[in-house]
Design a binder for this molecule. Structure first.
Ligand code: NDP
Length: 267
C-alpha cells in the first residue's frame, strides 16, 4: 500500500520515491521491528518529482523520524539536508534522512561493500555497467577499497562524464562491454527492469568472476541468466537492499539490525 505524501498515515519511518509501489522496504523494516519487539511503523509514500522539500517538511511536522529515499529523489533529498555526511556529498545522493535535524547519509555504497564480504574474488578489478546514480555510488565505494575500474554505458558520453567526476582516465571508459580481467562485473543499469539484455562480451569473462546485478526479481535477471550460462558466480540486489536498509535502521535507532529476519521477509 502506498500513500500520497499529503495523506501520510501515523508512522515513524517511511520510504519515499516515485513510483514507490514496488518497494520491499516497508515489509523488510516492519519485519525488523517485529523481530526486536519495537513499536514502530514503516510505510511507502509517493512523492512526485519537484515536491521532495515540501513532502519532507510535512513528514517532519507530523512526527516522522526517518525516511529512506529511492529513485528519483536521492539528489533532492541531499539538497534538502543541512547536515550532510561526506560520503553522501561525494556520491551526490542521500538515501537515508533523519528528519529532526535534517541530517542525511548514504547507505547504498557501504551496504554494497558489506555484500562482497566472504567472496574471494582475486584481483581487485571491476567492470561497472551503467553511469547513473548507483554507478557513481558504487564506483566511489569500490575505488575507496582499492578497486581498479572500467566503465561501460549505453550512452558513452555519460560514462566519460562519470569517469571525469571520479578522476578516472578516459581509457577506463570502454566502447564495448569487455569483462576481460575483471573479477567483478557489476550491473547498475535498469536494463533488467524491461527484460533488456546488455551487449556484454561474455566469452571474454574470467572464469571465477562474480556477476552482480543491483536489480532483483523472482527469476534471475537476463544479465544473471547469461552470466550463469557462462559459468560465472552470480548475485542479485536483494542482499544489498537488506544491507543498505540495515545500515539505515542502525543509524536511526542505534541498535543492531536483525539482517536475517529482514532478508527472510523479502526473499
Ligand atoms: P539511473 O536512472 O541513475 O541510471 C540508469 C542507468 O541504466 C543509466 O546508465 C542508463 O543508461 C542505464 N540503462 C537504462 N536502461 C538501459 C537499457 N535498456 N540498456 C542499457 N542501459 C540502460 O538509475 P540508478 O543508478 O539510480 O539505479 C539503477 C538500478 O539499480 C535501478 O533499477 C535501481 O532499482 C537499482 N538499485 C538497487 C539497489 C539495491 O539495493 N539493490 C540500490 C540502488 C539502486 P543511459 O545513460 O544510456 O540512459
Amino acid at each position: 500500500m502506498t500513500f500520497p505524501w499529503r495523506e501520510a498515515p501515523e508512522a515513524e519511518f517511511a520510504v519515499i520515491g516515485h513510483p514507490v509501489n514496488h518497494t520491499k522496504s516497508p515489509r523488510m523494516h516492519s519485519a525488523a521491528y517485529y523481530a526486536l519487539g519495537l513499536p514502530y511503523r514503516y510505510v511507502a509514500i509517493d512523492v512526485p518529482v519537484g515536491e521532495v522539500d515540501v513532502a519532507l517538511e510535512h513528514l517532519r511536522s507530523v512526527g516522522y523520524r526517518g525516511v529512506n529515499v529511492t529513485v528519483p529523489h536521492k539528489e533532492d533529498a541531499l539538497a534538502w539536508s543541512v547536515d550532510v555526511e561526506p560520503l553522501a556529498a561525494r556520491v551526490r545522493a542521500a538515501n537515508t534522512i533523519r528528519l529532526a535535524d535534517r541530517a542525511c547519509i548514504n547507505t547504498d555504497a557501504p551496504g554494497f561493500l558489506d555484500t562482497l564480504e566472504g567472496f574471494d574474488l582475486g584481483p581487485k578489478r571491476a567492470l561497472l555497467l551503467g553511469a547513473g546514480g548507483s554507478a557513481r555510488a558504487l564506483a566511489v565505494a569500490l575505488s575507496g577499497t582499492g578497486y581498479e575500474l572500467t566503465l561501460y554505458n549505453r550512452t558513452f558520453d555519460k560514462a566519460i562524464q562519470l569517469a571525469k567526476e571520479l578522476d578516472l582516465s578516459e581509457e577506463s571508459v570502454l566502447r564495448s562491454a569487455d569483462p576481460q580481467g575483471a573479477s567483478l562485473i557489476l550491473n547498475t543499469t535498469s536494463a533488467s527492469l524491461n527484460g533488456a539484455q546488455l551487449p556484454i562480451l561474455w566469452e571474454r569473462a574470467e572464469p571465477g568472476a562474480l556477476a552482480y546485478d543491483l536489480m532483483y526479481a523472482k527469476e534471475p535477471t537476463p544479465f544473471l541468466a547469461c552470466a550463469s550460462e557462462h559459468g560465472l558466480q552470480t548475485m542479485d540486489g536483494l542482499k544489498m537492499l537488506v544491507a543498505q536498509g540495515a545500515r539505515s535502521f542502525e543509524w536511526w535507532l542505534g541498535t543492531a539490525a536483525p539482517r536475517e529476519a529482514m532478508l527472510e521477509a523479502i526473499r
